[in-house]
Design a protein around this ligand. Structure first.
Ligand code: HEC
Ligand code: HEC
Ligand code: HEC
Length: 465
């Protein structure tokens, strides 16, 4: 009888032990979704989950995400939990090499030990190992020197763990943890400085991603999202669309598809609660909220040939031929709301025409709950029509003047966006790096020589005195 009880007890303990392990795996899975690890670590071309093969187009060159399956030959199968924590929070690989901050460890630095543990258990126990080598990153010199990132980290990596603010609600603190840490919103939405670091004091004021621009999402009513209701923000994050406000394209479509649409409602509410309190940062060029431009009632319905304004005239023709069938001739959208209106559309009304142009170049492809939202692209290989830079400039100018803030888009602007957008200063001066280094070395040698001469002179003077 005693033996029987013992067996029963140990069985029970075993069951509760595996139940606890399952809970941890499930928690780790959810955290990996909130952190969107899959977005970068899985090839978009039907890649095996977490086997790498996705290139992040950094202005300095392509950075390939690693295989982070528990494969011992090609993945992170040999990582201990401490190694894993160091890679995810500090950007240092098991072999000691530094990762590039394309891996958002500057945000993940906020993750708690508990969450790192759950993520580790999930990756080691529930992700299938893939014994395939991910492509390696080869950046041009001097960025090929990974140890230079140690200096960068010293300057820009804030290793302080997340500290809940006792003056705020639990919901606000959860939101802060998600926005600042796991969901790494700032990695796209914050402006970057000379050294590609996120600029302090301007958090969430908008950041360039190359071709796309992640807009200002501070609480500012005109420059940011202060004019959105809580429900609208929650709906945008969960579905990627709010009629009369905006849709999610580019990197935001990916964030919604892979991550935000799969979060629990309480986490979405927490994110919204926190966003509301992000200090407002004004954009001096914004005179009206991005979503507040345009009026379908007064928009010209038919292509209007406007005197000598040739690009607008041909833009109007292109619009009615290529866009009006879905978005309506007055930009009113379709009745069922599937095709969004272009009046009261933040992409059309943003200070920069960048995302409008990026939408025409790349189209939209977003999947939420198994449902695809697709707008065709108008580049090479389009099933509708491939447009030249000049054509895109013309139709974008028509859309901006008729439904938006009224500026003209030039073919040169389109060409730049097609080419991946404005390169930051760092990439531009990188080409000058070697000559600069040689100059600096030469200057250093000259200084040393001068100091030595002064020194010997002084010694000679002393000796003769
Ligand atoms: C925005 C893109 C992005 C996201 C999101 C991302 N990673 Fe990464 N990760 C990268 C890139 C790029 C590298 C390789 C960087 C390099 O080679 O310097 C990398 C490298 C790593 C490495 C180092 C592996 C090795 O030995 O090379 C680990 C571990 C890792 N990521 C884990 C994670 C985990 C866990 C998550 C989610 C919590 C995650 N990553 C989310 C882009 C990303
Ligand atoms: C991979 C980059 C990326 C990440 C990560 C990202 N965003 Fe975005 N976000 C964008 C881009 C790009 C747009 C513009 C989309 C468009 O115009 O179609 C955008 C648009 C938005 C908008 C709409 C703003 C407007 O005025 O139309 C909100 C709100 C937003 N993001 C919130 C968030 C939050 C909150 C997070 C983190 C939970 C987040 N984003 C993470 C790139 C990103
Ligand atoms: C076949 C139908 C179709 C055509 C043709 C079409 N669109 Fe769209 N468009 C869509 C759909 C679908 C969406 C995405 C709706 C969503 O995100 O929920 C969209 C979204 C947009 C957006 C918002 C994108 C964002 O990131 O927020 C803009 C701007 C836009 N279209 C402009 C245009 C212009 C300009 C043209 C003509 C050059 C055009 N569209 C042609 C269907 C179409």
């Amino acid at each position: 009888m005693k033996a029987f009880l013992l067996i029963a007890l140990s069985l029970l303990a075993g069951v509760s032990h595996t139940a606890r392990a399952d809970d941890t795996i499930e928690r780790g899975r959810y955290l990996s979704v909130a952190a969107d690890c899959v977005a970068c670590h899985t090839s978009p071309k039907q890649g095996k989950p977490y086997a790498g093969g996705y290139a992040i187009a950094s202005p300095l060159g392509e950075i390939w995400a690693s295989n982070i399956t528990p494969s011992t030959s090609h993945g992170i199968g040999n990582y201990t939990e401490a190694d894993f924590a160091k890679a995810v929070r500090e950007g240092v690989r098991k072999d000691g090499a530094h990762l590039y901050p394309a891996m958002p460890y500057t945000s993940y630095a906020k993750l708690t030990d508990e969450d790192i543990h759950a993520l580790y258990v999930y990756f080691m126990q529930a992700v299938a190992p893939v014994d395939e080598e991910a492509r390696t990153t080869e950046l041009p010199f001097p960025f090929s020197v990974r140890s230079s990132m140690a200096v960068w980290n010293l300057l820009f990596l804030d290793k302080t763990p997340f500290k809940p603010d006792p003056a705020q609600s639990a919901q606000w603190n959860r939101g802060a943890y998600l926005v600042e840490g796991l969901a790494h919103c700032s990695s796209c939405h914050s402006p970057r400085g000379l050294m590609m670091q996120e600029v302090g004091g301007k958090a969430f004021a908008g950041g360039s991603l190359g071709d796309w621009y992640a807009p200002n999402i501070t609480s500012h009513p005109i420059s940011g999202i202060g004019g959105w209701t809580d429900d609208e923000l929650a709906q945008y994050l969960k579905t990627g669309r709010v009629e009369g406000k905006g849709q999610a394209g580019g990197g935001m479509a990916e964030a919604v598809s892979n991550s935000l649409s799969k979060l629990r409602d309480d986490d979405i509410s927490a994110i919204v609660t926190y966003l509301r309190t992000v200090p407002a940062v004004a954009d001096k060029d914004a005179t009206r909220a991005a979503f507040a431009w345009g009026d379908a009632a007064t928009a010209p319905g038919e292509p209007a040939i406007r005197g000598t304004d040739a690009p607008i005239a041909s833009g109007a023709v292109l619009y009615s031929g290529l866009c009006a069938s879905c978005h309506g001739s007055r930009g009113e959208g379709s009745n069922d709301g599937y095709y969004p209106s272009l009046v009261h559309n933040s992409t059309v009304g943003m200070v920069r025409p960048q995302n409008l142009v990026a939408t025409i170049i790349g189209g939209i492809d977003r999947e939420v709950d198994g449902k695809h939202v697709v707008m065709p692209h108008f580049s090479e290989g389009s099933y509708v029509q491939a447009l030249s830079d000049a054509d895109i400039a013309a139709v974008a100018s028509y859309v901006r003047t008729t439904f938006g803030p009224g500026d003209q888009v030039t073919a040169a602007q389109v060409a730049l966006i097609r080419d991946g957008g404005e390169k930051p200063l760092l990439a531009k001066i990188a080409r000058l790096w070697l000559p600069l280094l040689i100059l600096a070395l030469a200057a250093f040698v000259v200084v040393i020589l001068l100091v030595r001469r002064a020194w010997t002179r002084r010694k000679q003077r002393r000796a003769s005195a």
